[in-house]
Design a protein around this ligand. Structure first.
Ligand code: C2E
Ligand code: MG
Ligand code: MG
Ligand code: MG
Length: 292
């Protein structure tokens, strides 16, 4: 039955699906050389202190400026880059670019102490050269180590032993901050978490999305809010910072702040944008938060 169904999918002509397949083939074919053609760009999304809405960090999010497909989001090519191994070179390029931009911001606006947060794929964490890659990005760009945060997914670090775990310790020893990305969606081993040299938990979007105080369909449950409450307490008990991801409304921002969550990120505070937008915001000549 399943087989017949699977076959049926191939047989039915679906113009949307074939357009997607063509796009995917274009991505597969173009990816290996896109780095050399300079087609990647890094956008930055503000991470703000919930206490006073000041911008304390930005997350570096890569995009592919594809010649035919336009600006392509990472969900459409990061997996591919991981499969092919290109992620190691691409990740290094993003890291360098992010450190360069962060150093320029630090030079122009030292009082902002703006941290740049860079995503690392599992494959990069497991790469034996990762510590050298990060150390050399810092020394070449002269970015102070304390202004770099590396985001790791739960699956990339939980159960890490031997060399990768040593790498994480060495990265922490460099003075770099380590964060667990999308916390709560993967396989989190709390006993293990306690042994990792991390500084920050980023609470996954779905929990934040569930914070809807006046949702008529979910009047008294507040289940996600209680999960967020518990996770913030857990993080603080471990002396970790907490960033809530995907904050989309003022109400969510206010609830998160009442729950003592430290920082927030999401379209409410501003979506991912080119570096110049962050520069303008640091200068103070931008539009206020909430107008993503
Ligand atoms: P992530 O690290 O969890 O990044 C947060 C994602 O949430 C970003 O998607 C961001 O645009 C999106 N987002 C921002 N505001 C909101 C909001 O208010 N609501 C919701 N629902 N989402 C929001 P983006 O840029 O498409 O990136 C997707 C994923 O791709 C990232 O998830 C990260 O895992 C990966 N990625 C991006 N850049 C890199 C990179 O340079 N290296 C690696 N290894 N992965 C990357
Ligand atoms: Mg996206
Ligand atoms: Mg991230
Ligand atoms: Mg995330």
């Amino acid at each position: 039955w399943a087989k017949a169904e699977g076959r049926g999918r191939w047989a039915v002509y679906d113009p949307e699906r074939s357009a997607r397949d063509i796009a995917r083939s274009a991505l597969v074919a173009g990816l290996p050389s896109a780095l050399d053609r300079g087609e990647f760009v890094v956008h930055y999304q503000p991470i703000v202190a919930l206490r006073d809405s000041s911008m304390v960090a930005v997350e570096a999010l890569v995009r592919w400026q594809h010649p035919e497909l336009g600006l392509v989001g990472p969900d459409r090519f990061i997996g591919l880059a991981e499969e092919t191994g290109l992620i190691v070179r691409l990740g290094e390029w993003v890291l360098r670019q992010a450190c360069r931009d962060a150093e320029a911001w630090h030079r122009e606006f030292p009082e902002a102490n703006l941290v740049v947060s860079v995503n690392l794929a599992a494959r990069q964490v497991n790469d034996p050269g990762i510590v050298d890659t990060v150390a050399s990005a810092l020394s070449r760009t002269r970015l102070p180590a304390g202004l770099l945060q590396l985001e790791l997914t739960e699956s990339a670090v939980m159960g890490t032993t031997g060399e990768p775990l040593r790498s994480l310790r060495q990265l922490a020893d460099l003075g770099v901050r380590l964060a667990i990305d999308d916390f709560g969606t993967g396989y989190s081993n709390l006993a293990y978490l306690r042994r990792l040299p991390i500084h920050c938990l980023k609470l996954a979007g779905p929990f934040v999305e569930g914070i809807r105080v006046d949702d008529p369909l979910d009047p008294a449950d507040h289940r996600d809010e209680r999960i967020v409450d518990a996770l913030v307490r857990l993080a603080h008990a471990l002396e970790l910072w907490v960033t809530a991801e995907a904050v989309e409304t003022q109400e969510q921002a206010e609830r998160l702040r009442a729950l003592h969550c430290d920082t927030g990120q999401g379209c409410w505070f501003g979506g991912p944008a080119p570096a110049e937008v962050i520069t303008a915001r640091l200068r103070g000549d931008d539009s206020p938060g909430g107008l993503a």
